[in-house]
Design a protein around this ligand. Structure first.
Ligand code: MRU
Length: 350
C-alpha cells in the first residue's frame, strides 16, 4: 500500500468547511447534479443530515461536529463547561437527526469532551476537534482499506451494498476503501454494486463514485444478489456499518442481512469494514439497536415518478441487523477480527 496513489483513487469530498460555513455535496441530486448545499447554522446541518443531503455513518458524524462549531457562534460563554450547558439544545437537535448510526452520537460526545477539557479557548478547541475527527476518519479508512484488501485473494469478484465510499466518509471510504485498495492491488477483478432500494445509494452514488476513479462497476438489482452468488460470480460481499454492537452484530443499510444469509448459504465470504467510531460496546446486541424507519412515501416513487398505486400503505425500515454469526470478518483501522463475537470484540475494543 506504500505506493498507493490516494489522490488518483479518491477525489470526491462530500463535506467542505469554508472557514465560516459548511458546504455539503447534495447527495439527493447525484449523479445528475454536483451541487453543494450551504449550511450557515447548525439547524441547517441538522436538517441536511435528516433529509440525506449528507449521509453515511462517518459523514453524518463529521457533519454534526461542524454543526456544533456553527452552533457555538450562537452562544457566549467564559468556559467550555458553560458553553456546553448553553449548547445542549443544539447538541440534542443534531443528535436526533438520525438514530441508527452511532457515529453521530460518537462525534458529538467527542465535541462535548473537547468543550469540557477547554477553558476560555473553547471555540478554538471545538474547531480543532471537528478537524481532527475528519482527519482521523480519512486515515482510518486508508488503513482499513489496506487491511481489508489483504484478506482478498487475487482475481476475486465482489459485491457491495449501499454507498460506503468517499461520499459516506471524510474520504476513501470503508467497504469501498477496501474495494479501491483491492482493485489497485489487482486482488479485485470485478465489482458488483446492488442498487439499494429505495433511496438507490448503490445505483446513484456508488456507481458514480467508482466511475470517477476509472473503476467500472456492474450494477445489479438488489433482488439479483442471491442468483449472482449461486452462479459463482462473487467470492466476497463487502459492506460498511452504521453500528457494530458488543457481540459483533452489525446494523447496516436495509438488505445487508439478506445478503449475509445468501452469502453463508453459497459459501461466499462476508466482510464488514468500518472505523472504530462505528463500534458501540454500550449496545450489547443487535436487538437493542434503534432501526430508523423513514417516510413510506420513499417507496412510492422512483426519481419523482410514482410507481405504486395511490392510497396504499408501505413500511420503510432503512437499516437491518446482521447477526455476528453470519459475518466472517470485521475490519477496522485497529485490525482484523475474524469470526467476531463478544470475546473478540471486547479483546479488540474493550
Ligand atoms: C461508510 S458508510 C456505512 C453505512 O453508513 C452505509 O452502509 C449505510 O448504511 C448508509 O446509510 P444511509 O441511509 O445512506 O446513511
Amino acid at each position: 500500500m506504500e505506493a498507493f496513489d490516494f489522490d488518483r483513487y479518491d477525489r470526491v469530498r462530500p463535506i467542505r468547511w469554508t472557514g465560516d460555513a459548511l458546504e455539503l455535496l447534495d447527495q439527493r441530486k447525484l449523479p445528475f447534479a454536483v451541487d453543494y448545499v450551504h449550511c450557515g447554522d447548525y439547524a441547517a446541518v441538522a436538517d441536511a443530515i435528516a433529509n440525506l443531503t449528507v449521509r453515511g455513518a462517518p459523514a453524518i458524524g463529521i457533519a454534526a461536529a461542524w454543526g456544533a462549531v456553527l452552533a457555538a457562534r450562537e452562544v457566549e460563554a467564559d468556559t467550555g463547561a458553560q458553553a456546553l450547558e448553553r449548547l445542549e439544545p443544539a447538541f440534542q437537535r443534531l443528535n436526533a437527526a438520525r438514530p441508527t448510526a452511532v457515529n453521530l452520537a460518537w462525534a458529538l460526545a467527542r465535541m462535548r469532551r473537547a468543550l469540557l477539557d477547554a477553558g476560555a479557548g473553547w471555540r478554538e478547541a471545538l474547531l480543532r476537534e471537528a478537524e481532527t475527527i475528519a482527519t482521523e476518519d480519512l486515515a482510518a479508512n486508508r488503513r482499513m482499506g489496506a487491511l481489508g484488501a489483504s484478506m482478498i485473494e487475487p482475481g476475486s469478484r465482489v459485491l457491495t451494498h449501499c454507498n460506503t465510499g468517499s461520499l459516506a466518509t471524510a474520504g476513501f471510504g470503508t467497504a469501498l476503501g477496501v474495494i479501491r485498495a483491492g482493485v489497485a492491488q489487482g486482488r479485485i477483478d470485478k465489482v458488483f454494486a446492488g442498487e439499494t432500494r429505495p433511496w438507490l445509494q448503490g445505483a446513484r452514488l456508488t456507481v458514480w463514485e467508482l466511475q470517477q476513479d476509472g473503476i467500472l462497476p456492474t450494477l445489479i438489482a438488489d433482488a439479483a444478489a442471491a442468483h449472482l452468488m449461486r452462479t459463482g460470480e462473487v467470492q466476497w460481499v463487502i459492506v460498511g456499518a452504521d453500528r457494530i454492537c458488543a457481540n459483533g452484530d452489525t446494523a447496516n443499510k436495509i438488505g445487508t442481512y439478506q445478503l449475509a444469509i445468501a452469502a453463508r448459504h453459497h459459501g461466499v465470504k462476508f466482510m464488514v469494514a468500518a472505523p472504530s467510531s462505528t463500534v458501540d460496546l454500550e449496545t450489547p446486541s443487535g436487538d437493542a439497536i434503534h432501526i430508523e424507519e423513514r417516510e413510506p412515501t420513499e417507496l412510492f416513487h422512483i426519481g419523482g415518478v410514482r410507481t405504486a398505486a395511490e392510497e396504499i400503505e408501505a413500511w420503510n425500515p432503512v437499516f437491518d441487523v446482521t447477526p455476528h454469526e453470519l459475518i466472517d470478518v470485521i475490519v477496522t483501522e485497529r485490525g482484523i477480527i475474524e469470526r467476531p463475537d463478544e470475546a473478540a470484540m471486547r479483546a479488540a475494543f474493550g
